[in-house]
Structures are given as C-alpha cells and as structure tokens.
Design a protein around this ligand. Structure first.
Ligand code: CA
Length: 566
C-alpha cells in the first residue's frame, strides 16, 4: 500500500517551506493517502530506470461531452440540476449497447466544477474534498460514477488549480494575519504595481486586503494560489489523489497558463515555473494513475498551446499536460463554416502539424461554457450546424462536445455567462410542464428561447435531425479506426469552398470532404483507387473513381466520409 519513500521529495519540500519562514503547523501537514495498486509497480519500473508511460488508449478513441451539472437534469424538483438527475439521463449519452439504439454514444464526460462553492458556476471552490450540496452527496457522486463506468463512460472533473474562492478557509486564514500558516499559500505584496488582466481591459489583478495586496487574476473573489509554495503544490497533488482514488478518470485543469505571474502583461501567462509545476503534477498523477487524463485550459495560440505538451522524448504523449483544448482550431472551424472557406481550417491544421510534438492527442471542440454557443453564432442554420459537427468529428484527437450542441441549443438572450449555460430542454415547450423534462419544479435559470424542435424529444427519433446526424458521426467514428487514430493529410484541389482530407492508419484509409459553400461543387481529388465505400454521406453527395482521380460531388454545405480500399 503506502510507500513512504514515494513522499520523500514532497516532505523535503515541506521542510524547505518551513525553513523559509512559512511556519506551517504540523497539524496542517497533509496526511498520507493510501497508494493505489499500480504504485509499487511504478516504483519498481523507476528502480529499473524506466519511465511510467501514460496509458491513454481510451482517450485516443474517445468523444467527450462537457456537462454543466446545474443545467443538465434535476432529480428532486428544486430547479437545480444534480448528480442524481445526470445519472438518470446517462442512457441518453451512452446506453452501453454499441449495436444501435438512439443514444448519442459519447465515451467520456467532463463535469464542470462539482466541489463546494458559493457561486452558481463553481469556479471559486471553498472545499476541494466535498461535493457541492446543490448537486448531492459524495454517495450520489459515487453512484453516478458507478453507473457511468458500468456503461463504459469515463468521467473527468473540473479541478480549479489556479485560485480558490476568497471564502475558502485557507484564504480566510491568510487574508487577516501575516502569521497564518496559509499566508504563503497566496500571493502578497505591500503595494499595488498596477497590473491589469493580460487579456485586456482595465480590471486590476492586485486587490487590497488588510493593508497589503493579493493577486487575483480573474476577480477579487478568486485569489490566486501561490504555486511557488511547495505546500500548495503538495496539497493539489493530494486533492488529485483523493478524487482519483474515489474513481474519477482525470481532470480538466482550469486556467493552467496563469499559475505563476512574474510581472505585468505577458509575464502573467505561460511562465517557466508554470510549465515546471505542471510537469511535476503530471508526473505525480502519471506514476500513480497512468490512465488518468489531464486536460489543460490554455486559451492561447497554437504555438503556445504546443508547449504545454512538454517533451515526448521520454514520455509518449508528452511529459506535461497530455491534452490541451484547441481554441485556435475551434475558431478556425466556425470561421470556415461562416465564411464558406476551407482556408482557416487548413491553415490551422498545418500549424498544428508543424508545431505540436509528434504523437500527442489534440482536443478539438466547437464551443465551451465560456463562449457564444455554435447555434447562436451560426444563427440556428441547420446545414451549417451539421457542417460544423462533420468537421469536428472527423478530425484527429479526442473531440469535446458541449451539452446541447447536439440539438442546436442557442444562447440565452443576454451576454451574461449564464446565458451560455442554460437548462437542457429535454422536451418541447409546448408539450407540457414549465420544466421541459429538466425539472418538475421551476428551473434555476430560464431556458434559452429557441425555435420549435430544439429539444431532445423532438429530435431523438427523427432521422433528419441534428441529433441524429451527431449520432451518425459518432457511430462512424467509433467503427472506423482511421477516423479516431489515423494521421491527417490535406488534399490539394482548386476550389476554396471545399475542405478535403485523408485520415490514414497502416491498415485503413478514409477520405473526408466538406463543401462549405452555398453552391453544388464537383471537384477532382488527387486520389486513385477502386470504388470508395460510403460510410456517411449527406444526401446528394458522391465520390467516384475516374481516370484522373476521384471525382467528388457535394451539394451546398454537405459532407461525406468514404472508406478507400487498398
Ligand atoms: Ca436538484
């Protein structure tokens, strides 16, 4: 079980923290966690000079689904979505029957924060060890995990590593006494140097409290943790261990590029210490739980995102974060669909190929909880929504869907973040209760106004629905190794509205093509071979072998996926 030698570096780090005057009381030393089974094996591998590798085969085959628990399904009629409600809706996401049915077929869930928090969104945590009572109990969480795992669904949870709530007991201790053992868990200075948020605007990042100033890059209610303090890093490792021991399959790590700030502007992002500490956290997790996934929120350009994978020299998939959300690719897909131009996607895919280390796993998506929903951005246009889905779900990596995207759920009417996170409309508004299958009571926040048909009930059994198209794309992806794991090869042709590429493994080649434009297109692609086998093709699409190559025909804003024989 527990091997004390594994903790030695952290204990030394603790001693260093004590010596540097942080005066940590011994009662604050984290208690050792029982180690998992694989720990001994990894210690033995280390003794032989071998590195523990990530075991991420499951990630390479997965489609993820981001859930805001508060807005997904309410079990007890208080209008607030909860874990029991989510558990009861798991069959919609994956009913564990790969042969058919009308489930969406996702493989993994990302739960937005479920730990105790004073806010509706949960990104300001006051207790990292407990489930927010709005969402249920730890028993509810464990029941949910069991039911998800029974269906083959993995679960990662949001871990807010950059900051806590200002109401966290650590900060309440730190804020008011320089002698508090938690003083050094946050970032203090005697004066305000005048830094503002690095992404723009005038909001200050240093906030007055008790005669000094603390650093909080997002908001005064979210004080940044002092990651230079080894006690903070050890506590985050302990929290990760606790939830992995409880059965989660990994973490989505919030705001990772801001862990350490060394000055104003760009010095608030992507600092060398940040990379070092993320590598340490990743090594800690990988040694104990090599199947666990860490996905970073590094909202920046392709070149900088690439650096968060770290090195692949010794660790396949990268020795830092094994995945980071691909914000530039998300924007490129939406721009391509809006502007009917393949170029933004082609350019971003070329950059990724040039800049990402070999063999790492990309995390493409369309939108998340911080962005205008795709259905709003594309004005509810069904053909464009299908097109966005078709591009996303045929690219390399492990794609992430945001709950409601699969039914074309738009934003609510305002710019408030809550209007990006409205309750899931399970039923049509006309069909009955005010709660629309989300709750038997009154929903915590209004449903987004939408056209008739934007509900699960209206689409789940309708073959031409957006939901059915998503389901079809997921089925084909699952059945086609080249779509999950194949490399990507852009196909050159002269029509700027056509995006075409091959996905290829050693044993399988698939051709994917999208017509982004408003007119029918016929182009010749530089690919030869016998007649291709259609896997999923919009009505009217065709690909046929000719003497000059494959002749592709696609109606306006249509896609096709074909398997090529060798
Ligand atoms: Ca509830």
């Amino acid at each position: 079980m527990f091997d004390p030698s594994r903790r030695r570096p952290s204990r030394l780090a603790y001693l260093a923290a004590l010596l540097s005057g942080l005066a940590l009381a011994s009662c604050h030393l984290p208690q050792p966690m029982p180690g998992p089974g694989p720990e001994r094996a990894s210690a033995a591998r280390q003794a032989r000079g071998e590195d523990t590798q990530w075991r991420h085969d499951w990630v390479r085959d997965a489609v993820f689904y981001e859930v805001f628990v508060r807005s997904f399904a309410d079990s007890d009629g208080d209008g607030v979505g909860d874990l029991a409600g989510l558990t009861a809706r798991l069959d919609y996401l994956n009913d564990a029957d790969p042969s058919g049915g009308n489930d969406l077929g996702v493989d993994a869930l990302w739960l937005m924060p479920v730990f105790v928090s004073p806010s509706y969104h949960g990104y300001d945590v006051v207790d990292y060890t407990r489930i927010d009572p709005d969402y249920g109990t730890l028993e509810d969480f464990e029941r949910f995990l069991d039911e998800a795992h029974r269906r083959g669904i993995r679960v990662i949870v949001d871990l807010v590593v950059n900051h806590t709530s200002s109401e966290h007991r650590w900060f309440e201790g730190a804020c008011c006494s320089a002698a508090s053992p938690y003083r050094g868990w946050y970032v203090w200075r005697p004066d305000d140097p005048g830094w503002t948020q690095p992404w723009g605007g005038t909001y200050p990042t240093w906030h007055a409290r008790g005669g000094e100033y603390y650093y909080g890059i997002f908001w005064s209610g979210m004080p940044d943790l002092e990651w230079r303090n080894p006690a903070v890093r050890m506590e985050m490792e302990r929290i990760a261990d606790l939830w992995l021991e409880r059965g989660v399959d990994g973490f989505r790590l919030d705001a990772t590029r801001h862990l350490v700030a060394n000055g104003p502007g760009e010095l608030q992002n992507d600092q060398p210490e940040t990379h070092q500490y993320l590598q340490e956290l990743a090594a800690h997790v990988r040694e104990r739980y090599p199947e666990a996934l860490l996905v970073g929120e590094n909202w920046t350009d392709t070149a900088k995102i690439a650096t968060y994978y770290g090195s692949t020299e010794r660790i396949r998939g990268g020795d830092e974060l094994p995945m980071s959300f691909d914000f530039p690719l998300a924007e490129a897909i939406l721009t391509a669909v809006e502007e009917a131009s393949a170029e933004p996607v082609e350019e971003t895919l070329r950059e990724i190929a040039a800049l990402y280390p070999r063999g790492v796993i990309d995390a493409p998506f369309l939108t998340n909880h911080d962005q205008v929903r795709v259905a709003t951005r594309l004005a509810g246009d069904q053909t464009r929504l299908r097109l966005g889905a078709s591009i996303l779900l045929t690219l390399p990596g492990a794609p992430f869907l945001y709950y409601g995207e699969e039914i074309g759920l738009p934003n609510g009417p305002s710019g408030d973040d809550r209007d990006k996170r409205t309750p899931m409309p399970w039923e049509e508004a006309a069909d009955g209760s005010e709660g629309r299958g989300f709750t038997t009571g009154s929903p915590w926040y209004p449903f987004a106004p939408a056209e008739d048909g934007v509900s699960v009930a209206a689409q789940v059994d309708a073959p031409g629905s957006l939901l059915a198209w998503y389901r079809g794309l997921l089925r084909v992806r699952h059945a086609t190794e080249a779509l999950r794991r194949g490399n990507l090869e852009l196909l050159a042709q002269d029509t700027p509205t056509v995006l075409a590429y091959l996905r290829r493994t050693e044993t399988e080649t698939v051709l994917v093509a999208h017509n982004l434009g408003g007119g029918r297109q016929t182009v010749t692609l530089p690919v030869e071979g016998p007649a291709p086998e259609p896997l999923l093709v919009d009505p009217g699409g065709a690909l046929r072998a000719t003497a000059e190559g494959f002749e592709l025909t696609l109606p306006p804003r249509a896609s096709g996926i074909w398997r090529l024989s060798d």
